[in-house]
Design a protein around this ligand. Structure first.
Ligand SMILES: C[S@@+](CC[C@H](N)C(=O)[O-])C[C@H]1O[C@@H](n2cnc3c(N)ncnc32)[C@H](O)[C@@H]1O
Ligand SMILES: [Zn+2]
Length: 265
C-alpha cells in the first residue's frame, strides 16, 4: 500500500488520519476500521447514496464495468464528439494528452486525484506519467473499482478509494491537481462536488474536468435524456466554477464534449 497515498485520506466519520495494515485501514482518532481489499471502502449501507439516474444505475453493474473501456467508452466519446471525433479520439491517447497538458503533469509534482476514476483509465495514465508521485482514484461504483483494481495492479503509487464525490474523505489543501473526466453528468449536485474539489486542492492547484454540452443533434439530445445524462451549458459551467472560487477558466470543445481547466487561487 502507498503510505503517502494513505496520508492524504481522512476518516469518513471524524476526518482523522488513517493507519493501514495489509487488509484494513484504521482511523487513528476514532478507531473505525475500513475494509481495504481491492480498494479502501469508506462507504457503507447507511452512507451509500442511491443512484439517481439510469446512467448511474448502469455504471454500478458488473456488465457495464466489463464492457466500459473496450466498447462503451470509445463508442460514446466518438458519438458525442461528432465531427470533432478525429481530434479527440485518435484513441484515448489524444484525450489523455489534453488532460495531461492541462494538469501540467510534466512539470508539477503531485499528489494527484482522479475523481470518479471509473475503471482507472486516467488513473493509470497519471500513475505512469508520474511514477514517484501518489495518485488517488475515487469512485462510488464497486464494479468499476474492482475493474480498476484488476488493471492497476502494476502501479504501486495508486490508492483506490470508494467514496461519494459530494463528500470526499480526503485531507484539505493537499492535491496539486484533480482530474475529473466524464462524470459531472452523474452527480446529484455538481456545485457541491466543485466545492469539495476546491477544498482538497492546494492553493495554485488545477482542476481539469470534462462534461457533456447540450447537443445541437436531436439524436444525441434524445439519447442523453433517455439515460438521464445531464448536459451543461458552457456559460453555466464557467459561472458555477467561478462562484465556487475557481479562477483562470479555460476550455476546449470537441463536438458535445467540453474539457475545462480552472485554478484554485
Ligand atoms: C462515465 S464514467 C467516467 C470514468 C472515468 N473518469 C473515465 O473517463 O473513463 C463516470 C463515473 O462516475 C462515477 N460516479 C458517479 N457518481 C459518483 C459520485 N457521486 N461519487 C463518485 N463517483 C461517481 C461512476 O461510478 C462512474 O464510474
Ligand atoms: Zn475517525
Amino acid at each position: 500500500m502507498d503510505e503517502e497515498g494513505i496520508s492524504l485520506l481522512a476518516c469518513a466519520r471524524c476526518r482523522g488520519s488513517l493507519a493501514s495494515t495489509k487488509r484494513t485501514c484504521e482511523c487513528m482518532e476514532c478507531g473505525v476500521r475500513f475494509d481495504c481489499g481491492d480498494f479502501i471502502d469508506m462507504l457503507d449501507a447507511t452512507t451509500t447514496p442511491e443512484p439517481t439516474t439510469m446512467d448511474q444505475r448502469i455504471a454500478e453493474s458488473t456488465l457495464y464495468a466489463r464492457l466500459y473501456e473496450k466498447w462503451w467508452r470509445p463508442w460514446f466519446v466518438r458519438f458525442t464528439s461528432g465531427n470533432d471525433s478525429n481530434l479527440l479520439t485518435g484513441g484515448f491517447g489524444s484525450e489523455y494528452f489534453v488532460h495531461k497538458q492541462s494538469l501540467g503533469l510534466d512539470h508539477i509534482d503531485g499528489p494527484w486525484l482522479d475523481l470518479s476514476c471509473g475503471t482507472g483509465l486516467f488513473t493509470r495514465g497519471i500513475a505512469s506519467s508520474c511514477p514517484s508521485q501518489s495518485v488517488i482514484g475515487v469512485d462510488i461504483s464497486i464494479p468499476m473499482l474492482e475493474a480498476a483494481h484488476a488493471k492497476n495492479r502494476a502501479y504501486d503509487n495508486v490508492t483506490l478509494l470508494r467514496a461519494d464525490a459530494h463528500e470526499l474523505p480526503l485531507k484539505s489543501g493537499v492535491f496539486s491537481g484533480v482530474n475529473n473526466a466524464g462524470a459531472l453528468h452523474a452527480y446529484r449536485a455538481p456545485e457541491d462536488v466543485f466545492r469539495e474539489v476546491r477544498r482538497v486542492l492546494r492553493s495554485g492547484g488545477v482542476y481539469v474536468g470534462s462534461a457533456f454540452l447540450q447537443s445541437s443533434s436531436f439524436v444525441r439530445r434524445r439519447l442523453a435524456s433517455l439515460v438521464g445524462i445531464r448536459t451543461f451549458d458552457q456559460r453555466e459551467l464557467a459561472g458555477w466554477l467561478s462562484r465556487v472560487g475557481f479562477r483562470d477558466y479555460e476550455e476546449a470543445i470537441f463536438g458535445d464534449i467540453i474539457i475545462f481547466k480552472v485554478r484554485k487561487p
